[in-house]
Design a protein around this ligand. Sequence first.
Ligand SMILES: Nc1ncnc2c1ncn2[C@@H]1O[C@H](COP(=O)(O)OP(=O)(O)O)[C@@H](O)[C@H]1O
Ligand SMILES: [Mg+2]
Length: 325
Amino acid sequence: MDRARIEAALAGAYPGLPDAAAGGRPVYRGKVRDVVEGPGRLLLVASDRISAFDRVLSTIPFKGEVLTRVSAWWFARTSDIVPNHLVPPSHLGGRDPVRETGRACLVRRAEMVPVEVVVRGFLTGSAWRDYQAGRTVSGIALPSGLARDSEFPEPLLTPSTKEASGHDRPASGEELVRSGRVDAELWEEISRAARALYLRGREVAREHGLVLVDTKYEFGVADGRLVLGDEIHTPDSSRYWRLPGPGASAPGARSELDKESFRRWLAERGFTGDGEAPSVTDEIRSETAARYVEAFEAITGEVFEPNPLPTQALDELLAEWASTV
Ligand SMILES: Nc1ncnc2c1ncn2[C@@H]1O[C@H](COP(=O)(O)OP(=O)(O)O)[C@@H](O)[C@H]1O
Ligand SMILES: [Mg+2]
C-alpha cells in the first residue's frame, strides 16, 4: 500500500468501540481489543490501538484489521491441531463477521488460563538478553556458548503469568502448576498443543519465505475442552524473519514484520515501560502501519485491501450483533 494512502488513513484510525455501539452490553477493554459480552459468546473487536511495554500509546491505521484477518487465516490452518474459539459462519447463518467488518470476530467465551504461552525457536529478543546476562531463560538453563539468534534443537516453552494489570512475569510450567494457575494435566495438554501449533506455524510460514521466530498463545477451556483463544501468529503476538531467498532455511536479515521497530523507536527515546511515554509522531505511525500491512501480505500472500465500510456502518453492524449474540 502506498504511503499517501496510509497517511490519509491516519486520522481515521479506529480508537475502539464506542460504548453506544455495544447495544447496552458491558464492554471489557483490553489493551488492543474491546470485548462485548453475550450469552456464551463474545464479540472481539480489534481496535487500531498499539501497546508496547504493556502500555497503550497510540493508534495505527489498519492494525486491528490486520490482526483480525491474520488470526482468522491462521486459525483456519491450525484447527486440526487444537480447536479455536472462532464461531464458524456455518453456526451464524452463513454470516462471517471477519469478512464483513475486517476487525470483529464472534468467539466462544472460554475460561481463560492466565498464562501467556510463549514458544521460541531461536535465541533472540528477551531470551537472548537473559541468556547474555547469565540468567536462565524462564527457569530453563541453556548450554553455554550459544550464539545470538541460534536455533534451538527443539522449540522452547517460556511461559509467563498473564497479569490483570502491570507487567507479566516469567514463570516455569512447574511454578504455574504449583501456584494453582493451571492444573497439571491441562498444562501438559497446553504445552503439547503450543509446540505443535508453533511447528505448524514454522512450516506454513516457510512456504511464504518467512520464519516464525517466536510467538505467544492464550488458551482457555470451553465446554470442558481446551480451546485456543485470543489471536494467533499475528505481528503483535509473534516475531517473524524473512528468509534470504526461496528454499533457504536460515533466517536472513531482520524483516521487521513485527512490532520491534516501534519498540526500538520508543527505547531510543528512553521509554521502556516506566515513566512518561514520548508522544508518537505521525511519521512513526505511518511507518508502523506500513509494517503491519506488509506483514499481512507476507504472511497470507494476499494483497491487503482494507474493508471499505466506514466506521459508522461498522458500529451499526456491531450493535446489531451485540444485541443478538
Ligand atoms: N475466547 C475467549 N474467551 C474469553 N476471553 C478471551 C477469549 N479470547 C480472548 N480473550 C481475552 O480477551 C482479551 C482480548 O483483549 P486484548 O486487547 O488482547 O487484551 P490484553 O490487554 O490482555 O492483551 C484478553 O484479555 C484475552 O485474554
Ligand atoms: Mg492481548
